[in-house]
Design a protein around this ligand. Structure first.
Ligand code: GLA
Length: 387
């Protein structure tokens, strides 16, 4: 009898201790408020953003999640310990906002923190995980980005497990985004806990600047090489959000970040003010052939195949024997690359070349290819095998 009871207990624990599976078979796509607005967010901004995501074609291109980052909360929990939205900036409340986003065909994402406070000083989740998860479920939350400020001496894996279990117990499927900055190598333990995990500190809108908290995307890119083996359907490396369209990047740097994030099978979270997005940025963010590289169902993260000073080749294996190849000019002068396809040792046979930014077919890989690439820009091609 005792043995049966112990077995029953073990079974119940394992049934309750799991993540919701199948929610992120391809990397999540959406928009997040942080990169442009920091804590200055309100329900009008969110509704205007939703409207432009529809009218700009972003929703049709696959951007589904609208995520309120830090700053949505009131400064204190209520008398019963519940998290509450700032009543001034979210007067209709989050249940109403969630219903609105759902009625427009979006999924509703929210940010909080595994520590006692969020990085901007709002109430964090520590010690309130199960109560918070029930509130999120009641508001219709579909995506939780869970940060790592004010964690004290907490163990990262255990802390994120607690929130995973709380979400599961609340019963509403939620994509769980671990925002632990890569401090404790979440790629080694995150796949049983969340659907994606940050691998780095915060991105900012420059090419290769860096300070303690903020990093240009090139710096982040360099730290992603080698992590590819840890990613796959339902468990993605997250090199942080897109800075595409933000002021510190040239058009080439925006196009290059987008291309390389697609090679990395990164979550595609736009972080610009899309209400003011110029056409050339809209064209980058909604290029469906490039997005298809990110969203390819094989679910393999790409890797750096070659690096010389000022030039790199990043490649990603795709379904049906195809490959994406990204020629990246990381230097500060334009260059012409001479590509002998025979030197790309992962290829097998002859392929048709499709330039994904120019949207042009460029013939076969049976002759050399000499793309001209501006500084910090890319030439991104898809290679389809000739049967
Ligand atoms: C951390 C995260 C950012 C953002 C801010 C909000 O820095 O890494 O992505 O969520 O917190 O305060």
């Amino acid at each position: 009898m005792k043995k049966v009871l112990i077995l029953l207990c073990l079974l119940m624990t394992s049934l309750s201790a799991q993540k919701f599976t199948g929610l992120a078979l391809t990397p999540p796509m959406g928009w997040n408020s942080w990169n442009t607005f920091q804590v200055n967010i309100d329900e009008q901004l969110i509704k205007e953003t939703a409207a432009v995501m529809i009218s700009s074609g972003m929703q049709n291109a696959g951007y589904t999640y609208i995520v309120l980052d830090d700053g949505w909360e009131a400064k204190e929990r209520d008398g019963n310990g519940n998290l509450v939205a700032d009543p001034r900036r979210f007067p209709s409340g989050l249940k109403s906002l969630g219903d609105y986003l759902h009625s427009k065909g979006f999924k509703f994402g929210i940010h909080n923190c595994a520590g006692t406070k969020t990085c901007s000083g709002y109430p964090g989740g520590r010690g309130h995980e199960f109560q918070d998860a029930r509130n999120y479920a009641s508001w219709g939350v579909d995506y939780l980005k869970y940060d790592w400020c004010y964690h004290g001496t907490a163990n990262a894996e255990e802390t994120y497990k607690t929130m995973r279990d709380a979400l599961f117990a609340a019963g509403r499927p939620v994509v769980f985004s671990l925002c632990e900055w890569g401090n404790n190598k979440p790629w080694l333990w995150g796949s049983e806990i969340g659907h994606l995990w940050r691998t780095t500190g915060d991105v900012t809108d420059c090419y290769d600047c860096q300070d303690v908290y903020a990093l240009g995307w090139k710096y982040i890119l360099d730290t992603q090489d080698g992590l590819e083996k840890y990613a796959g359907p339902d468990h993605w490396n997250d090199p942080d959000m897109l800075e595409v369209g933000n002021t510190g990047l040239s058009l080439a740097e925006s196009r290059a970040q987008f291309s390389l994030w697609c090679i990395l099978a990164a979550p595609l979270m736009a972080g610009n003010d899309i209400r003011k997005m110029p056409e050339e940025i809209r064209a980058i963010i909604t290029n469906e052939e490039v997005i298809a590289i990110d969203q390819d169902l094989l679910g393999k993260q790409g890797y750096r195949f070659m690096q010389h000073p000022g030039k790199e080749i990043w490649v990603k294996e795709l379904s049906n024997g195809a490959w994406a190849v990204c020629f990246f000019n990381s230097g500060d002068k334009a260059l012409t690359v001479r590509v002998n396809w025979d030197h790309l040792s992962f290829l097998n046979g002859t392929y048709k070349i499709r330039n994904l930014w120019d949207k042009k077919d460029l013939g076969l890989t049976d002759k050399n290819f000499n793309p001209h690439i501006e500084s910090h820009d890319v030439v991104l091609v898809k290679l389809n095998p000739v049967k």
